[in-house]
Ligand binder design. Structure first.
Ligand code: COI
Length: 348
């Protein structure tokens, strides 16, 4: 049973929906719950506040942290839905398992989510393309120095308004020196370390003028994997191609949704290894080639330039590109404009 303490005031009136930086403004409430002595205790929604943890808390030293990222949308009829929360829950469970953290019961997760979004839904405007980004997180809080699995955890959920993560098409560099994830590692888990470890190579690429890197496999550096903030997808002629899932690739919910939409739109879908040499060859043969990132935050972000082994290539990004039709259909489903054939929208 979730206890609720309403905030006396809302910060919404001071929030400028026309000019804001993503990820800075929390909504008015936070969900919190602690794990102690083998059980999750005191689930509650309270006014948003800073957390107090011990400097010895194990998450600060050994990286036992996982998180999720999902979104709530206001539909055309004014109702609010959360997009595919069950699929996010499944991924969260896999991340928790890999990081030796306690599972969260699906009922508790869905209850927390639903109650919090019911309270915060007024943050989603009905006249703008702005959704509510939802960030569940679990951190190890046992105050103890020593390499071992923590016995105590904190589970929190915060929300923040979101527009476009990448407002413009992005330039990316195929990374063939540094590695994000190796087979058998934690690449498929949404754990904090995967992101921290990506900063250094990403900053190097940014100094060269690229927004993101596309990681290659750790063994051969020949196959593209993902971009860290999003999965990578390609439209080549009439095919929608993306790297197959493995222990090194995040099982993106947007990736999965776009593959289904692609099938429904008559594209031939291929989940398989993609050598970057195949991309170079397609450019050389002047094939129709679209490249885009797919992610909860990124939605569909067109790639306008891909840098491979010293050469810039320019995928197709004109208005009639197939990726915009895929994106439009995803948005139509979320907004209640197109039928929700697969029950992706979770009404709150
Ligand atoms: C997401 O897409 O939800 C992420 O966690 C990636 C980050 C760029 C916000």
């Amino acid at each position: 049973m979730i206890t609720i303490q309403q905030s006396a005031t809302s910060h919404k009136a001071q929030f400028n929906y026309d000019n804001f930086v993503f990820g800075i403004q929390p909504t008015d409430h936070i969900f919190l719950c602690e794990y102690q002595s083998g059980e999750w205790l005191s689930p509650r929604i309270v006014p948003y506040h800073n957390l107090t943890i011990s400097p010895l808390a194990m998450c600060l030293h050994y990286g036992q942290t996982v998180f999720e990222g999902m979104k709530a949308f206001r539909q055309k009829n004014g109702r609010v839905i959360i997009f595919r929360p069950e699929k996010h829950y499944e991924r969260l469970s896999r991340s928790l398992e890999r990081m030796c953290m306690p599972q969260i019961e699906q009922n508790m997760f869905m209850d927390a989510l639903q109650t919090l979004i019911q309270m915060e839904q007024h943050w989603i405007p009905d006249d703008k393309d702005i959704s509510l980004y939802i960030r569940p997180f679990i951190i190890a809080t046992e105050p103890r120095i020593g390499i071992k699995v923590s016995q105590e955890y904190l589970f929190g959920i915060v929300c923040t308004p979101m527009g476009l993560y990448y407002p413009e098409p992005v330039s990316v560099k195929v990374e063939t020196q540094y590695v994000r994830a190796a087979e058998g590692g934690v690449g498929y888990a949404k754990c904090g370390g995967n992101y921290g470890a990506a900063f250094y190579p990403t900053l190097q690429a940014q100094k060269q003028g690229f927004e993101q890197v596309i990681w290659t496999d750790a063994q051969t550096h020949e196959c593209i994997e993902e971009a860290g903030t999003m999965n990578i997808m390609i439209v080549m002629e009439n095919k929608l191609i993306t790297p197959c899932l493995s222990s090194t690739i995040l099982d993106g919910v947007t990736r999965d949704s776009i593959l289904q939409i692609g099938r429904d739109m008559g594209l031939q879908v291929e989940e398989r290894k993609i050598k970057y040499s195949e991309i170079i060859q397609a450019f050389q043969e002047d094939k129709h080639l679209e490249i885009f990132g797919a992610g909860t935050a990124a939605v569909i972000s067109p790639v306008k330039c891909i840098h491979i082994e010293g050469t810039d290539y320019f995928p197709y990004i004109a208005k009639d590109a197939q990726m915009y039709a895929l994106k439009q259909q995803l948005e139509n489903i979320r907004k209640g404009i197109a039928p929700d054939l697969y029950h992706w929208n979770y009404a709150i």
